[in-house]
Design a protein around this ligand. Structure first.
Ligand code: HEM
Length: 448
């Protein structure tokens, strides 16, 4: 990485410690990027969490990195994430194998595929919010996490929304999430070590569900069932008989991948959304008008419908603005798919690159007064690659419809029922790969 400005830090650990400590600062990882961008410019190198990396930002870089030559774009997880998710995870496959996995998950995550989960998601949102009336003091992140976990656990493997299995699932999940950007030392007690153990326990759980399904005891119409019926090779022993099908390891790695990718992101988005609404009463008022209008047009006693859900234009803009301001995935990691030049620097194929998305989302040229929460920015189409809330190119988020459905349903019931105010002022960000408010956004709710 000769010729690229930047400091590689100490031997072995490089700049990992300041990287991790900036993680917990109020601005999160953005402060790590920002300090170095001021010193070195839009492109700089570093050595963090076990590897040399070039950080870059801007629409031009994002177009090159996200679309890549011939659509061949490799994700580049940190070593710990790679180990926890497994070698056959969608996040670690490229080219044709990646396309094939994406095709397998596209159908159940399409708008049509999601329709059959509407009633479950709707009932979970209502049930969650029903409890708020008595409890009043709410940790929004905890509530959003348990709602999104119930939804994704049920969609993928028909997990009951409460009970022992759900609790175990939830506990393992938290450990896995916090192991993703940890130091790569597998020593008892470290986040990485605990992450591997929690992953093993999660795999055991999926194994036993697969075994139950194969023995014909339980037949559920969920994601796992469609993988087993349509796409599984059966046991590893006869795996070679059918090259196009999935092994059990591929099924487990990818189920875990969907759970992990779908849970923390949606939880964070929902939490930030409530925080931004709490801070911007005029936006909340306009949003409430949209939802009260939907309700008023309905015959008394009937509930939210699928077609109403697909006609919430202001809500869609509020979600986009939330994803811009919060940037729940603050950077995208890639391996360069080709040699290219950016800002006068030569980047070589195979290098680890990190695209700083927070800066792209706060570029005053595209988003004037960038720290203002203003959903009307999305009234007109934006320039390509300036908004990356769900990414772009062949790795764009396959869960985009599900995320929007979950958030829109929750928001509908929330704004029709409650007002809320924060119980403390704190803008710090949690030190995890997905940006979330560190204090989990504690609020006091008031029924309307
Ligand atoms: C508001 C919620 C969500 C946000 C903000 C979000 C954001 C993103 C972004 C930005 C990417 C691209 C990352 C990159 O290019 O490096 C991505 C990829 C991905 N997302 Fe989401 N996501 C959300 C919800 C979901 C859900 C609900 C699921 C699954 C059910 C999901 C599954 C995935 C997967 C599997 C990938 C990797 C795709 C690939 O590499 O081909 N996401 N997500």
């Amino acid at each position: 990485m000769e010729g690229i400005p930047g400091d590689l830090g100490w031997p072995v650990i490089g700049e990992s410690l300041s990287f991790l400590s900036d993680f917990s600062s109020p601005a999160g990882i953005f402060s790590f990027m920002n300090k170095r961008q001021q010193r070195y410019g839009k492109v700089f190198k570093s050595f963090v969490l076990g590897r040399y990396t070039v950080f870059m930002t801007g629409r031009e870089a994002s177009k090159i990195l996200l679309t890549g030559k011939d659509g061949m774009v490799s994700l580049n997880l940190f070593y710990t994430g790679q180990q926890v998710l497994g070698t056959t995870s969608l996040l670690q496959t490229n080219g044709e194998a990646h396309k094939r996995l994406r095709r397998l998950i596209a159908e159940p995550l399409s708008i049509d595929g999601l329709k059959k989960y509407f009633n479950f998601i709707n009932s979970q949102a209502i049930e969650t919010l029903d409890q708020w009336a008595e409890r009043r003091r709410i940790s929004v992140l905890e509530e959003a996490s348990s709602f999104t976990l119930k939804v994704i656990g049920n969609m993928i493997m028909s997990l009951e929304p409460s009970g022992e299995e759900q609790e175990k699932f939830r506990a393992n999940f938290k450990i896995i999430s916090s192991s993703f950007a940890s130091l790569p030392f597998k020593i008892p007690g470290t986040a990485f070590y605990n992450g591997i153990k929690a992953r093993d326990s999660m795999h055991e759980m999926i194994d036993s569900i697969i075994a139950r399904r194969r023995s014909g005891e339980v037949i559920q119409q969920d994601f796992l069932e469609s993988l087993i019926i349509k796409h599984s090779k059966g046991t590893e022993a006869d795996a070679s008989a059918n090259e196009d099908k999935l092994t059990d390891k591929q099924m487990k790695d990818n189920i875990l991948t969907l759970l992990v990718a779908g849970h923390d992101t949606t939880t964070a988005a929902l939490t930030w959304l409530m925080k931004f609404l709490g801070e911007n009463p005029q936006v909340l008022e306009k949003l409430r008008e949209e939802h009260m209008g939907i309700k008023a047009n309905r015959k008394d006693g009937t509930d939210l419908t699928w077609s109403e859900l697909n006609n919430m234009p202001y809500t869609a803009k509020v979600i986009s603005e939330t994803l811009r301001r919060a940037t729940v995935l603050p950077w995208f990691s890639r391996k360069a798919a080709q040699d290219f030049e950016i800002d006068g620097y030569n980047i070589k194929k195979g290098w680890s690159l990190n695209l700083d998305v927070v800066s792209i989302h706060h570029d005053p040229e595209t988003f004037p007064d960038p720290y203002k929460f203003d959903p009307s920015r999305f009234d007109a189409p934006l320039k390509p690659f300036s908004f990356l809330g769900f990414g772009n190119g062949p790795r764009m988020c396959p869960g985009i419809n599900l995320a929007k459905v979950e958030i829109s349903i929750f928001i509908h019931h929330l704004v029709c029922r409650y007002n809320w105010r924060p119980l403390e002022k704190n803008d710090s960000v949690q030190p995890t790969l997905v940006r979330m408010p560190k204090n989990k956004y504690p609020i006091m709710v008031e029924p309307l």
